[in-house]
Design a protein. Structure first.
Ligand code: KG4
Ligand code: ZN
Length: 332
């Protein structure tokens, strides 16, 4: 089965062609970092306009790289939520048009489900597994019992982890998106230099909170003054990152332990973080829990994970029609 996956939920225009849910024939992404960089965050109106410019070359590029044509496809998968409604509509409208013209069926994919399944693009991870989904828009914890069977365990009370990285990077003038920049800067910093607070919750809860750390870093920078913190910027980055990483790891390990599921899967843009990957592996190894990470290109938004989620839906007989609308607040 040959499936085209199209993703335009936020600020990446992406398309991929997946064969039999296993072989990635093409995976093309156009990032809008340059567009949103000057603003330190995604500007929704600019994002949808940029998707309109990029979507046709990206989809054509994916088909060309895969050496297939539209009529070779068995189905088209497209993200229909959650995300920015103007961005979602670009991908969804294009796919509806392609499906109408060619008669090839299409299915709407939940972006969160696609992130949770992305690991299977590279690793045959058995079910069930505990999945931490940490991105610019979401911080969620699930027990993935099977394809289509997701038990929500917890999530963030306020900001998403990636949002915290992006906002701190913006305050420190490091550019957008902040996660990768802070990750790199932190490598030359001392992660124990500043003891930023970690949010704490009831023992039996799997919650996250990143608004406190954001405020703590802001106060710290203000009290030190730019002259001084500019010299210790790598230490601030490393200490901030360590606090975020600790707050992501604790509930995740706790969930694996409590549900006796000895497998953790990371997903979402923040799962590309090198310190998170290193530290969760150390913690999990100590408890005989296996950890799996997608390659960074499959952690951030991509068309391959949409094609994979779509492959499973199509295989189960799902078909959507032209009434399917974008759903900015779609849940799982
Ligand atoms: O999954 P994604 O591409 O888009 C959303 O669905 O949000 O995630 C983007 C987020 C951004 O907030 C970005 O700063 C963060 O992932 N990110 C990282 C790293 N690479 C990307 N955060 C921490 N460390 C990284 N290496
Ligand atoms: Zn995402």
């Amino acid at each position: 089965m040959l499936v085209l996956g199209v993703e335009t939920s936020c600020d990446d225009t992406a398309a991929a062609v997946l064969q039999d849910g296993q072989t990635i024939l093409a995976n093309v992404v156009s990032s809008q970092d340059q567009v949103h960089g000057p603003y330190g965050g995604v500007v929704p109106e600019l994002a949808s306009r940029q998707h309109i410019l990029s979507i046709l070359p990206i989809v054509d590029g994916a088909l060309k790289n895969a050496k297939v044509t539209l009529k070779d496809l068995d189905g088209i998968a497209v993200t229909y939520g959650p995300g920015l409604v103007g961005s979602l509509l670009v991908g969804l409208s294009l796919v509806k048009g392609m499906s109408f013209r060619s008669g090839i069926p299409f299915v709407g994919v939940n972006h969160l489900e696609a992130h949770l399944l992305a690991i299977h693009l590279e690793h045959a991870v058995p079910f069930p597994y505990i999945a931490l989904l940490a991105s610019g828009g979401h911080t969620l914890l699930y027990c993935v019992r099977n394809v289509g069977d997701y038990l929500h365990l917890g999530g963030t009370r306020d900001d998403a982890a990636g949002e915290a990285f992006d906002k701190i990077a913006k305050i420190m003038g490091l550019g957008y998106p902040g996660g990768r920049v802070i990750d790199n800067l932190a490598k030359s910093g001392n992660r124990t230099a500043i003891n930023f607070p970690r949010a704490r919750f009831r023992k039996d809860s799997y919650e996250f909170s990143f608004s406190g750390i954001k405020t703590a870093v802001w106060h710290y920078l203000k009290s030190r003054g730019k002259e001084r913190w500019e010299h210790e910027i790598a230490d601030v980055a490393a200490s901030f990152q360590e606090a975020v990483v600790d707050m992501l790891i604790s509930p995740t390990i706790k969930a694996a332990r409590a549900s006796a599921v000895p497998r953790i899967v990371l997903s979402g843009g923040v799962a590309a973080n090198s310190r998170l990957r290193e530290k969760i592996k150390e913690r999990a190894d100590a408890e005989a829990i296996e950890v799996f990470f997608p390659a960074p290109k499959f952690c951030t938004d991509n068309g391959a994970m949409i094609a994979l989620a779509g492959h499973h839906l199509l295989k189960r007989g799902r078909r959507d029609d032209y009434r399917l609308n974008a759903d900015a607040d779609l849940t799982l």
